[in-house]
Structure formats: structure tokens, C-alpha cells
Design a binder for this molecule. Structure first.
Ligand SMILES: *Cc1c(COP(=O)(O)O)cnc(C)c1O
Length: 427
């Protein structure tokens, strides 16, 4: 197994090591939850203070022009674009992932209704993140369409002639399993369906090439691997062939061609600007804008390709260390094959551990400073321990030590302590 000395050598040779200094992490914490809420980039507090005190406090309403607040959603979109294989001007940072999904799914259904009127079904995975399914369900109710849920292995046979839209999350939030975006998009198109990708666990975590894959629409999250802060604005992308074809349903004035004409009739702006709705949270957008500068620094050190190489090395190391230090105690939920894995590792306890101990193991790890999270199982899937690996700020030593802490939690039976079984509102 990789030793601590090996890990020190790997850290010494890590081309991305300088990026860690760009983050403000509490002492003694190994943060393996950047897939839920990204860590704080060091430059963000001063930038937010400046926006509040100078741009808002001193600049007042003139800052919409003088501080270029009005264009901020598109400027932030342009910073996200190279991370997801989109061109400048194709992405806008706005609203939430849930809301953006509503917009693009609605546009996709409208396009299908025009181009292929018999197609009235949205296909998605039962294991998709629930908000995606709820949004699709609500839209289907409004438009008289059907949401059909499948298991991942049913994907090849699911693209029947009634399917209008295939709606998938690129990297599954629970298992970390990753789809082949180019192959799945091509299969959807060959079957006559459009494809909508949710990049919540992909943007900033794995290389994504939306245009290269010929995808139709995409949405993603600002507060996970993009480190934009709690509730950071999300983003939305539409392929150039679709973007001007339909109004998105939330036709607010920020998506109007001439918002300050204050005309009573709606005329959509051209391009992705029409996917905006109303006035945006400028302070939160400024935090995301500043956080994204970390990726400009990463670009000079090898960019997403280098981040991916390190992410795979970190996740491989964690899997090997857990299997060596906690033999027989966990099953790996995340696919082992690199091409099928995002930037997280999920474990489920085997019968060697008492039933229902996953939650307490995560709590005991957090008490030791190793922050991962827990996702409850149900009739179909088991409880999981979920660990996100952000190559921007994690070291190889962090990863080995996390596995050692996990071994110690089990060996010392810390997970049996009552204080670790207490459930909180947010797991
Ligand atoms: C995190 C996540 C979301 C979050 O949506 P919000 O609107 O920001 O609450 C949506 N979809 C997926 C797949 C996610 O992982």
C-alpha cells in the first residue's frame, strides 16, 4: 500500500499543489465534502466586502453601470464556459439549478413538440437527484407529458420512438458513476430525442465538452466544485442551434431584448441572455465570480486535464487505502473504471458492520476532522458514506489520513457512541 512517505513524495511532485494556498480551510480539517459545498477561496471575503462597501455603499445605483453589475451573469458565464466545453457567450450564471432545469426542459419539450409532435415522454434515471425529477414531474403535469424513470442499465433500450427528451445527471450524486456524455448524446440523437445534462457534480470536477459531445442543453451548480458559496447562482447553457428557437417559460425582464425600454410586450433577447429571468443576486454572483479565478490559476498549471489526473489518483488512493485498512467492512459503490467515475468515492458498510451504522461512522469521522457526508438508502439502495475529492486543495497525505481515521473509527468502535447517532436536519 502507498505509505505516508510515498504520499509526501506525491505531494512534493504535485503540479497543482500551489492551488491549496488559494483556499481558506480550517486547521485540522480534511474536507471531503466539496461536492456538497465547495470550500472558501481565500480571495472571496475581501471581494464580497468590496462589493458591499464600495460598489453598493458608495456607488449605489450607478454601480449597475459603473461596476458592470448588469453584465455580471454573462461575465461569470464566460468564466464557466471553458470548464464545460462551451463557447464565450453561451453560458449565463443565474438562478438555481432547479429553476434552470425547468427552463431548459421546457424549451426542449417545445422544440420536440414542433419537430417531432408524437414524442411526449421525458426519460430520466430513478436514481437522479430528486429535485431534477420533481421539476420534470411538475413540467410533465403542466404539459400533459410523461416522465419515465429507468435504471442505468436500461438506458440503451429506453430511447423508444415516444421519447422527446433524455434528462440525465452526468455524474450521479449518490454513486459517483459518470456517463459517457458523447456516446449517450449520440445515442439519444440517433433515436430522435434531445438530451439535457445536469453538470452539478461535473463542472470544475471532471473535463466536460458540451459542444464536442453535441449536447442540446445543460445546467449546473455554482456552490459545489465551483466553490461559489452556499446558494451560489447556478448556470445554464443551450446549444447554438437551439438557443434562439424558443422563449424559456420564465420570461422576465432580464431576458428581454431591451429591458430598459419598459415595453408591455415581451421580446426575448437573442442568445443565452434570454435564459435570465429577473434581477440577480449581485453579492452572491460576485462571490462566484471571484471563486472562479481559482480555475484561471489552475489553467496555468494544466487545467481540467491536470485536475482530472489528480482526482483519479486521489480517488484510486482512497479506495486502495480503505480496502487495505478496513478489509471486508465496506463495499465500493462507485465504479472502479476511471471512465465511469466522477470525483467522489462512495462506500456502503458490509454485514461485517452493524446494520444502520453508516450515519454514525460519518459523524465519528467528522468529529475527527474528516468531513464527508451520509446519504440514506431505501428499499432499492443501501446507505452510503460519500466522500468528494477536490484536487484543488486536497493532498495525497489528506487522503491516506482519511482512510486511517476511518480504520480507527471502526477499530475503536467510535460509531457506537450515542452522540454520533443523533440526526441533524441537513446530512
Ligand atoms: C446539487 C444538485 C442540485 C441542486 O439544485 P438546487 O436548485 O441548487 O438546489 C440539482 N441537481 C443535482 C443533480 C445536484 O447534484
Amino acid at each position: 500500500m502507498t505509505s505516508l512517505t510515498d504520499c509526501q513524495a506525491l505531494d512534493a511532485q504535485d503540479p497543482l499543489a500551489p492551488l491549496r494556498a488559494l483556499f481558506s480551510l480550517p486547521d485540522g480539517v480534511i474536507y471531503l465534502d466539496g461536492n456538497s459545498l465547495g470550500a472558501l477561496p481565500r480571495a472571496v471575503p475581501a471581494r464580497v466586502a468590496e462589493v458591499v462597501a464600495r460598489e453598493w455603499g458608495q456607488g449605489l445605483v450607478q454601480s449597475w453601470n459603473a461596476a458592470h453589475w448588469f453584465e455580471l451573469p454573462r461575465r461569470v458565464g464566460d468564466k464557466i464556459a471553458p470548464l464545460i466545453g462551451a463557447a464565450p457567450g453561451e453560458v449565463v450564471a443565474t438562478d438555481t439549478t432547479s429553476i434552470n432545469l425547468y427552463k431548459v426542459l421546457s424549451a426542449a419539450l417545445n422544440i420536440a413538440a414542433q419537430d417531432a409532435p408524437g414524442r411526449r415522454v421525458i426519460v430520466s434515471e430513478r436514481s437522479n437527484f430528486p429535485t431534477d425529477l420533481y421539476i420534470a414531474e411538475a413540467l410533465c403535469r403542466q404539459q400533459g407529458c410523461t416522465l419515465r424513470l429507468i435504471e442505468p442499465h436500461e438506458l440503451p433500450t429506453s430511447l423508444t420512438p415516444d421519447v422527446a427528451v433524455l434528462m440525465l445527471t452526468h455524474v450521479n450524486y449518490r454513486t459517483g458513476a459518470m456517463h459517457d456524455m458523447a456516446a449517450v448524446s449520440a445515442a439519444a440523437h440517433a433515436a430522435g430525442a434531445l438530451v439535457v445534462w445536469d453538470l452539478a457534480h461535473s463542472a470544475g470536477a471532471v473535463p466536460v465538452d458540451l459542444n464536442g459531445a453535441g449536447a442540446d442543453f445543460a445546467v449546473g451548480c455554482g456552490y459545489k466544485y465551483l466553490n461559489g458559496g452556499p446558494g451560489a447562482p447556478a448556470f445554464v447553457w443551450a446549444h447554438a442551434r437551439h438557443v434562439d428557437r424558443f422563449w424559456q417559460p420564465l420570461a422576465g425582464w432580464w431576458g428581454h431584448a431591451d429591458p430598459f425600454a419598459f415595453t408591455p410586450g415581451y421580446r426575448p433577447a437573442s442568445g443565452i441572455t434570454r435564459y435570465q429571468c429577473g434581477t440577480q443576486p449581485i453579492v452572491a454572483l460576485s462571490a462566484l465570480d471571484c471563486a472562479l479565478d481559482v480555475f484561471a490559476d489552475a489553467e496555468t498549471l494544466g487545467g481540467m486535464a491536470a485536475l482530472r489526473t489528480k482526482s483519479l489518483a486521489l480517488t484510486d488512493l482512497f479506495v486502495a487505502a480503505v480496502e487495505a485498512l478496513c478489509p471486508g467492512q465496506f463495499d465500493l459503490v462507485t465504479p472502479r473504471a476511471h471512465a465511469q467515475r466522477g470525483s467522489q468515492v462512495c462506500l456502503t458498510p458490509t454485514t461485517a458492520l452493524p446494520q444502520g451504522s453508516a450515519y454514525a461512522i460519518v459523524q465519528a469521522l467528522i468529529a475527527r476532522g474528516v468531513v464527508g457526508d451520509f446519504r440514506a438508502g431505501d428499499a432499492r439502495q443501501s446507505d452510503i458514506l460519500r466522500f468528494g475529492f477536490t484536487p484543488l486543495y486536497l493532498t495525497y497525505q489528506n487522503v491516506l489520513m482519511s482512510a486511517q481515521h476511518l480504520r480507527d473509527v471502526l477499530q475503536k468502535q467510535e460509531y457506537l457512541e450515542p452522540r454520533f447517532t443523533q440526526r441533524h436536519a441537513v446530512t
